[in-house]
Design a binder for this molecule. Sequence first.
Ligand code: SAM
Length: 336
Amino acid sequence: MIKDKLQRPLHDLRISVTDKCNFRCQYCMPAEIFGPDFKFLNKNEILSFEEIERVAGIFSELGVKKLRITGGEPLMRKDVAKLIGRLLQIKGIEDIGLTTNGVLLVKYAQDLYNAGLRRLNISLDALNNDIFQKMNGRGVKSEIVLKGIEAALKTGFSIKVNMVVQKGVNDTEIIPMAEHFRKMGVTLRFIEFMDVGNSNGWNWDQVVSKKDIFEMLSKNFTLEPVDPDYFGEVAKRYKYKDSEAEIGFITSVSESFCSTCTRARISADGKFYTCLFAGKGHDLRSLLRNCDDDKQVHTQIADIWQNRKDRYSDERVEGATTSLNKNKIEMSYIGG
Ligand code: SAM
């Protein structure tokens, strides 16, 4: 097991399999920037399944046990279920999850399950269609995602629903979403709007903090804290008193959790990032394409991790405006 400069082990790897998405969420891929002329990655620039498998195998030797497949919208990558089936064969990989907007789940849930995937995080920011259609930038109704959720549940998946909360945009949906998923017995997680990338016009005024969300929920429900399942668990979890359903909070803005961050990320074109808010990645694609010796790749990845010092969210909370202004990588590219 390797550790970084702040004694954080490398446990999780998030792999972005595409930079393309069928949504244009204003907070992630605003349509005015990611328009018809936007140049997405070419096929040959994206890591092949063989390259992803190889690099995931090397990461697993370094201590990674959990993989998350993401994007862009990962279900837009052809045959992603086959990739997952292959990744599940890697020695040391104990768990794979996939994050999706759910639009293509009716079509692919069974294939993903047959490939061995068991866990899905599905993003849904509102039930109300006026709000949701505006937010996703493609006019997709919430029913489409709800059908995807239903299909996944029927197939046998364990599901968490993720809702990014933005002040004045969808904060009126906090209670209806909580009520809906409590009744369904599905975990709902509230994600604080984060300053990822440079294109979403983020500022503190648009953030609804965990504290504010919790206060709103407490007026409607009785919530009890749930202990974390493992070191570095990202969500702060609560359970409804009268139901087994849970809610969670991803508080990277109001209560940062850099000190327990064990996550590495690889973009679709094979750049290795040691922080979601990084400005620069390390080019693994060239390394993989020019070097047949896994040991060399292993050594370089280990070296990058062992020199990791990132604690961007802590610095933001501490008020470091210099880090706020830095050039950051877009979420759709680095992978959520
Ligand atoms: N397309 C997939 C999806 O929608 O889940 C996977 C990629 S998406 C980038 C992963 C997650 O990041 C989604 O839950 C999305 O809502 C969240 N996300 C994107 N930009 C964000 C931001 N600025 N702040 C908080 N969460 C964000």
